[in-house]
Each structure stands twice: as C-alpha cells, then as structure tokens.
Design a binder for this molecule. Structure first.
Ligand SMILES: NC(=O)c1ccc[n+]([C@@H]2O[C@H](COP(=O)([O-])OP(=O)(O)OC[C@H]3O[C@@H](n4cnc5c(N)ncnc54)[C@H](O)[C@@H]3O)[C@@H](O)[C@H]2O)c1
Length: 255
C-alpha cells in the first residue's frame, strides 16, 4: 500500500509536535514544517529521529517558501500527500485604543490566515491528483467568541473557520474534506507568553481554571492531537465542513 504523507505546519510548537507524534503513531509519514529551524531540530531529537519523520523549513506567509517545501516533500519523501494540518500560528496582543496596533494585527492575520491560504492552495493540488485528502485547520474558540486585546487573532481564526467551510464546498467534490478544530486554552509556549502578561492568572490559576472550565483543567497538546488525528484519519468524506470546538466545555460555562 502506498505510504500516506501528512504535512503539519508549525510542527515545532506545542500542538504541532503532539500532532506530529500522533500522526506518526497511526502510521503516517510526517512532513513536519516550521519557520524555526531550531524547533525542528528539537522535534527530531524529541521523536528520536523517527524513520517516518522528515522536517522542512517553511514560512507559511511566503507563497514561494510553501511551493519550495511542497516540491522538496514530494521529491524526497516516499508516498502521497493526503493530509494537511494548518497549525502554524501566532498570538499578538494589540488593543485597538491603547496602541498603534496595525502592524502587529497585520502580522497575526498574515501568519494565521494568509498562511493557511498559501498552504491549502499548494497542498490541495497534490491531494486533487489522487482525489483524496483531509485538511484540518487549527482555529480557536477566540474565532467564535472574540478576544479582548486579540481582535486580529480572533478575526484570523474566525476567518479560518469560514475559509474551512468554503474550502469544504470547493474541495468536497474532489474527495478532499476540510474541517476545523477550535481549541480552548491549552498550555503551550504561545499561551505562556499570553498568560505572563496576566499576572493574576498565575497567582490563582487552579481556582480560575475550575471556575471557567467544566472539566476542571486547561487543555493539552495531546487533547488537540487526538481530535486532529481522528479528523485526519476519518475514512468517510461525509464529515466535511465540521467545526469542532474543544474547550473542556468552557463555552457553556460552569453554572
Ligand atoms: N495554545 C492554545 O491555547 C491555543 C488555543 C487555540 C488555538 N491555538 C492555535 O494552535 C496553533 C498552535 O499553537 P501552539 O499553542 O502550539 O503555539 P506554539 O507557539 O507552541 O507553536 C506555533 C508554531 O508555529 C510556528 N510558526 C510561527 N510563525 C510561522 C510561520 N510564519 N511559518 C511557519 N511556522 C510558523 C512557530 O515557530 C511555532 O513552532 C496556533 O495556530 C494557535 O493559534 C492555540
């Protein structure tokens, strides 16, 4: 049977590493891509140079870089590209009144939204050749609720949800299903940066988490990887255009 290749963006980060590991565990060859070469180096070491893991430097905001990485993946790896996980993302705090926030806002939208456009455009072409593909986009509950001080982040994730639904319509006839996962708060480098700015959260974190998350804990990269793996390996193409919020039930409150 032909080896299936899963492409993961932002693979050197918290979710990306867990998703890479989970997809290797279920038998995929994984093309782990990231802007950060050191993070890819650490990932290879963490996964003990797994024989089905290949790493590629790729900047999702740069269409030429994505095209180059796609060519390198298809030339150097055995198999067919069947899965894309658009996971690369950044968070940026930019208050609309207090700061001149437009540069940061643009950067957030460029990575989180334009990045997914670049990758989907290139990798869906590879999937279309075999009339099979699964694209999973990592959005956020911020894309459903909004986020104070995070308008660009929330807008980028809301945009990614609507892009997922649109791509699901376009690519569905080619047997490429497109879904989105909208995680709640999970402890990764990204969140630590965010939380550092909120001193009161670290002071009484246990109380806080119990008061806002029904399951009584923050999420983990493994929680997200579990759902992404389900979507990536799902045999039926009838699961298309789904948006799965996974936030421990935070959205419905703890009352
Ligand atoms: N951590 C959370 O609580 C949380 C919640 C909801 C959604 N998310 C989303 O999950 C995804 C992963 O987040 P994480 O928590 O693992 O963050 P992280 O900071 O640990 O990892 C993000 C990775 O993306 C890479 N990256 C950044 N810009 C890039 C670019 N231009 N090209 C390629 N790679 C780039 C970084 O190098 C990093 O390795 C993001 O899209 C984020 O918005 C995170």
């Amino acid at each position: 049977m032909t080896q299936q290749i899963a492409v993961v963006t932002g693979a050197g980060g918290g979710f990306g590493a867990a998703i890479t590991q989970a997809l290797l565990d279920v038998g995929y060859a994984v093309a782990a891509t990231d802007l950060n070469a050191q993070a890819l180096h650490d990932l290879r070491a963490h996964l003990q140079q797994h024989p089905r893991l290949s790493t590629f430097e790729m900047d999702v905001t740069d269409a030429a870089s994505v095209e180059q990485a796609a060519q390198a993946i298809s030339q150097s790896m055995d198999g067919v590209i069947t899965v894309l996980v658009n996971n690369a993302g950044i968070i940026g705090r930019a208050y609309c009144i207090a700061e001149k926030s437009i540069d940061l806002s643009r950067q957030v939208i460029d990575v989180n939204l334009t990045g997914a456009f670049n990758c989907t455009a290139v990798f869906s072409r590879y999937m279309a050749r075999n009339k099979y593909g699964r694209i999973v986009n990592i959005a956020s509950v911020a894309g459903i609720w909004g986020a104070a001080g995070g308008a660009a982040y929330a807008a980028s994730k809301a945009g990614l949800i609507k892009a997922s639904e649109s791509w699901a319509r376009e690519l569905g006839p080619l047997n490429i299903s497109v879904t989105a996962v909208a995680p709640g708060i999970c402890k990764t480098n990204m969140l630590n940066k965010f939380v550092d700015e909120e001193a009161q959260m670290s002071a009484d974190e246990a109380k806080l988490v119990k008061s806002i998350v029904p399951v009584g804990r923050w999420g983990t990269p493994d929680d997200v990887a579990e759902v992404v793996t389900f979507l990536a390996t799902c045999k039926t193409n009838y699961l298309n255009a789904a948006v799965i919020a996974m936030d421990g039930g935070m959205r419905v409150g703890t009352l």
